[in-house]
Design a protein around this ligand. Sequence first.
Ligand code: FAD
Length: 222
Amino acid sequence: MNVFLVYWHNEPKSFNGAMFDTAQTALKSAGHEVRVSDLCAMRFDATSDRSNFVTVKDASFLKQQQEEMYAAEHNGFAPEIEAEIQKIEWCNLMIWQFPLWWFGLPGVMKGWVDRVFAMSRTYGGSRIYEKGFFRGKRAMLSLTTGGPEQSYQKGGFNGDMNGILRPIHRGILQFVGFDVLAPQIYYSPARQTDETRKAWLDAYAARLKRIEAESPIEVGEY
Ligand code: FAD
């Protein structure tokens, strides 16, 4: 299987960094091909503007989706955007590794989505959801939190984690055609013992070694 890991954390020695390293090792040892985008190391620019393109459809007014459609027809994506789109096209499984920030993706990772998930290459016309460009591919979120697990249950002070992740699961991944696997969530790693964190990394590696056999989840409406 071809696996594309997209990762952002501003500290390589973080627990997210350890999960990213663990994933690469586990997947390769299970015989999978792995490509990565370490967005912090790449200093990926989160600003979506004309730098997304080498072509120009309308120089007087920037309308991103119109420029994306034009770029898709004229091989007009900037090399750093084209490279990311090609990694998505290449993979069978895409994993996003990140710390939950403000109930969502950290800004750089959201900016990566804003720039890379371009109209006419990743969605467009009737090619969304079940007819999406990426039908047959699977995606998984792998994330950590500061808040404890019980705060992310229904009725907990943060509310149901499934509802918090829905905009990513439904609004991004399923929108472009991916099937979604159950998210890998480690709550409050900073409040655990070193032994617990090491056991979590082992459990994550064990899951990844068998991940090819997993079935997608239903994403509820909330
Ligand atoms: P770290 O603090 O880097 O790691 C925890 C511990 O693991 C450290 O002691 C580290 O040394 C250790 N570790 C690293 N590698 C290993 C290893 N190989 N083996 C064992 N231990 C290891 N939280 C929420 O719940 N909801 C929010 O909405 C939210 N919004 C935020 C917004 C911002 C702007 C910020 C800065 C934080 C926010 N947080 C939020 C908190 C954030 O989600 C957590 O701090 C983060 O997810 C914890 O993961 P980490 O990788 O940063 O942990």
